[in-house]
Design a protein around this ligand. Structure first.
Ligand code: CP
Length: 320
């Protein structure tokens, strides 16, 4: 079988394939009948070792709309709290004969570790500071829809400049999005305070900024990241007031970007810190709620495509 652990493991054509597959689910989700029996008889386990609203709910909704039996394991109420190891937890989930396991974990690499222990496809719902691949896919789908609404004919992002700003150091969303936006043809700028800019981005082919105004100049898309206070471990960061002043997206600052530049944020937002409410809620520019909408469709596509071999359906190969 094949897992979905990282955007870095996908070819460009595979990213495009998943986006294209998701379109049917966008259409279905907008209609009156939001249910199919495509995955009837399959069991999907969502094992979340970290908090989540969007990812957990959208994977649950995605599985249910596809007709699967969906079970959620919340780490706070599980035997993880009694000291059970990650590997033993994985072996336990495997023994229950799940057909797909969706995992969020606070440690980078934990999802890969579980994927090596189980017999079914594993989908990464965010592992530490490593990757959040379905977030990057839903972001690409949301951007593609928003661009189409504006008459952009191409299916990819060639010629666009995407500025990603915020707590890049702790952001699995940033890493997955850098990779997917580049695969889709965009030029990517990354902006953060020096203490929140990880060394590895140097090698990722992005333009690096510490001055947000410069990073915004002429950008077509501005993706803001949450300041992840729960992951800070002694980094020097400006106070919330200073942070907003230096790196917060206000309406005035958005004027520096291209006319009609689109605004994105993966959520949850710190309103008034990395993004002002009047920007987050701009009906014509912000696509934040559309990102959430696309999350369900993308996760339906991923669950469908990754379980095809188990269902005896030809499809996406089983490499990687
Ligand atoms: N964007 C995102 O992963 O949100 P949740 O933490 O609420 O799932």
């Amino acid at each position: 079988h094949r897992d979905l652990v990282a955007i870095g493991r996908l070819e460009r054509h595979e990213i495009l394939y998943l986006l294209d597959e998701a379109e049917q689910w966008v259409a279905m989700n907008r209609g009156a009948d939001k249910h199919t029996d495509l995955l009837a008889g399959l069991t999907v386990i969502n094992a979340f070792f970290e908090n989540s609203t969007r990812t957990l709910l959208s994977f649950e909704i995605a599985g249910k709309r596809l007709g699967a039996d969906v079970v959620n394991m919340h780490a706070a109420q599980s035997s993880v709290k009694k000291g059970e190891t990650l590997i033993d937890t994985a072996i336990t989930l495997n023994a229950m004969r799940a057909d797909a396991i969706v995992i969020r974990h606070g440690s980078s690499g934990a999802v890969e570790l579980i994927a090596e222990q189980v017999d079914c496809p594993v989908l990464n719902a965010g592992d530490g500071q490593h990757e959040h691949p379905t977030q990057a896919l839903l972001d690409a789908l949301a951007l593609r829809h928003a661009l189409r609404d504006r008459g952009h004919a191409a299916d990819d992002f060639t010629g666009l400049t995407v500025t990603i700003c915020g707590d890049v150091l702790h952001s699995r969303v940033a890493r997955s999005n850098i990779l997917s936006m580049q695969a889709m043809g965009a030029s990517v700028r990354v902006c953060a305070p020096p203490s929140l800019m990880p060394a590895h981005v140097d090698a990722m082919g992005v333009e690096i900024f510490h001055d947000f105004d410069a990073a915004l100049a002429g950008a077509d898309v501005v993706m803001m990241l949450r300041l992840q206070n729960e992951r800070m471990s002694g980094q020097f960061i400006p106070s919330p007031r200073e942070y907003r002043h230096l790196y917060g997206l206000s309406k005035a600052r958005l004027e520096l970007a291209a006319p009609d530049a689109l605004v994105m944020h993966p959520g949850p937002m710190n309103r008034g810190i990395e993004i002002d409410s009047d920007v987050a809620d701009m009906a014509d520019r912000s696509i934040i709620t559309r990102q959430v909408e696309m999350g369900v469709a993308i996760r339906m596509a991923c669950l469908d495509v990754l379980t095809r071999r188990r269902r005896g359906v030809a499809g996406w190969g089983d490499a990687a």
